[in-house]
Design a protein around this ligand. Structure first.
Ligand SMILES: NC(=O)c1ccc[n+]([C@@H]2O[C@H](COP(=O)([O-])OP(=O)(O)OC[C@H]3O[C@@H](n4cnc5c(N)ncnc54)[C@H](OP(=O)(O)O)[C@@H]3O)[C@@H](O)[C@H]2O)c1
Length: 297
């Protein structure tokens, strides 16, 4: 039995589909089972609740051979460290209690970075907590998700721009979430691995934001430019969305660490994932932009 957290999320939902395709028995922890695809709901066992709740974990983990573990993003968390650790402590204790053999966690690239890195440091603290559970553990360690750009479909389509805070001319490592889900499913189904390790997983190319804009323009057939946001503008935007001072600090620290190369060491020895940025634009971004155009027409 493989237990999957966040089965309605962009990575978790793809992990579930891959496990079902493989013929695995799957149990999901989900806050609201009606949010699962109907076909999925019919093929999985369901435990309703959140995976930061020990009672929910005690329903979900008996008999589990492996767990797919992901802490949901929460931009409104008063502290990223507290948010990740609340989930991780509950998860690690339950893994120990129920003697689960293998855990695959979604973490971030950049372990060992010597300075505070906000949300990324919180993910590294999660890994340390899960490692203490005694289970065999792989911390999937990724850079920037290509899917982050899907949040900017409106400005990409409407204004022909996209925004990030990093320099336009410096490489930004990235990964497509389908490759994360694929690697997670492989680890969950072939459990011949032992020990506790970070597993850096990066897309095969490392374009700059300016280079990404060029590829996006070519693939969607209209000009798109990269615009850099200043840290002050970024902080103001987060505050206008209700972020606390600590939440703003967590995001700014993360962006600063990215700017200063937190992903560089992992990039040199990461497993190359299959999907390059152009392929992702062709398969995912382009159709998403077209779908908005169709809605507008
Ligand atoms: N974005 C990046 O560039 C990047 C890079 C490296 C690592 N990461 C990590 O990747 C993870 C994000 O994965 P994702 O993109 O697949 O997330 P996602 O698509 O935003 O999915 C979030 C999932 O969490 C569930 N959820 C939300 N709040 C919850 C709560 N309080 N209790 C239980 N479940 C809850 C949601 O379910 P319902 O709402 O349906 O209940 C949904 O299934 C984060 O841990 C992030 O730190 C991100």
């Amino acid at each position: 039995m493989i237990v999957v957290t966040t089965p309605t999320g962009q990575i978790g939902s793809q992990v579930v589909r891959r496990l079902l395709d493989h013929g695995s028995a799957v149990r999901v922890i989900v806050r609201d089972a009606s949010r699962l695809d109907r076909a999925v709901r019919e093929q999985v066992e369901t435990v309703e609740g959140s995976h930061d709740d020990s009672a929910v974990l005690d329903q979900a983990l008996p008999g589990a051979d492996a767990v797919f573990w992901l802490v949901p993003p929460n931009p409104h968390a008063s502290s990223a460290a507290e948010h990740y650790l609340t989930f991780a402590r509950a998860g690690a204790a339950a893994v120990t209690r129920h003697e689960v053999g293998h855990v695959v966690g979604v973490s971030s690239a950049g372990h060992g970075w010597p300075a505070p890195a906000g949300i990324l440091s919180a993910a590294f603290a999660m890994d340390a907590e899960l490692a203490r559970s005694g289970a065999a553990y792989r911390a999937l360690s990724m850079p920037f998700y290509m899917e982050n750009l899907l949040r900017q479909l409106d400005v990409i389509r409407g204004q022909g721009v996209f925004y990030l805070t990093c320099a336009g001319h410096l490489p930004l490592a990235s990964i497509a979430t389908r490759d994360i889900a694929g690697r997670a499913a492989d680890l969950l189904t072939d459990r011949s691995w032992t020990g506790q390790e970070n597993l850096p997983l990066f897309g095969p190319d490392r374009l700059t934001p300016d280079g990404m804009a060029e590829v996006i323009s070519q693939e969607i057939g209209r000009p798109v430019a990269y615009r850099r946001m200043t840290p002050d503008d970024f902080a103001s935007m987060l505050r206008s969305q209700g972020a606390s001072d600590q939440a703003v600090k967590d995001r700014i620290e993360m962006n600063t660490a990215q700017e200063h190369g937190i992903y560089d060491a992992d990039w040199t020895h990461a497993e190359p994932a299959a999907t390059d940025f152009r392929t992702w634009c062709r398969d995912v971004l382009g159709p998403a932009v077209d779908a908005i155009r169709a809605d507008v027409v």
